[in-house]
Unconditional design. Structure first.
Length: 125
């Protein structure tokens, strides 16, 4: 249970630390990673939904056994972004810097799977 608590807490806190500053970086991101953002609704929508998931991870960390069913969509959230970033990178449509964020999500996705399985064993014991 300790592993799940720490994993989800670290994922949530790190995710918020990465995502929340992006609310103030739209213009810079447009300059550093051209072209400029043409659909801000997608940009801010992504940040909002992703930030909401980080809060969900923190909630899961408070009582992993109780929130174990929510771990399944949490795993999907992490894996879907990571796989999408790898796909875009292999098609030469993404920078290595953004790929690193996708790989970080894949790492957390793997840790989420391990936490989910460890909790199953604890529940059956």
């Amino acid at each position: 249970m300790r592993f799940a608590r720490l994993t989800y807490l670290i994922a949530g806190v790190c995710g918020l630390a990465i995502l929340l500053p992006q609310y103030f970086l739209e213009a810079r991101i447009g300059r550093d990673f051209p072209p400029p953002i043409t659909h801000p609704e997608y940009y801010y929508g992504f940040i909002g939904v992703a930030a909401a998931w980080q809060f969900a991870f923190i909630i899961i960390s408070r009582d992993p056994m109780r929130y174990r069913p929510v771990m399944v969509p949490a795993i999907v959230e992490k894996l879907s972004f990571g796989v999408a970033m790898i796909t875009l990178f292999t098609g030469d449509r993404l920078s290595a810097q953004i790929l690193a964020a996708g790989l970080l999500d894949l790492m957390f996705g793997a840790l989420f799977i391990i936490a989910y399985l460890k909790l199953r064993k604890a529940r059956l014991a």
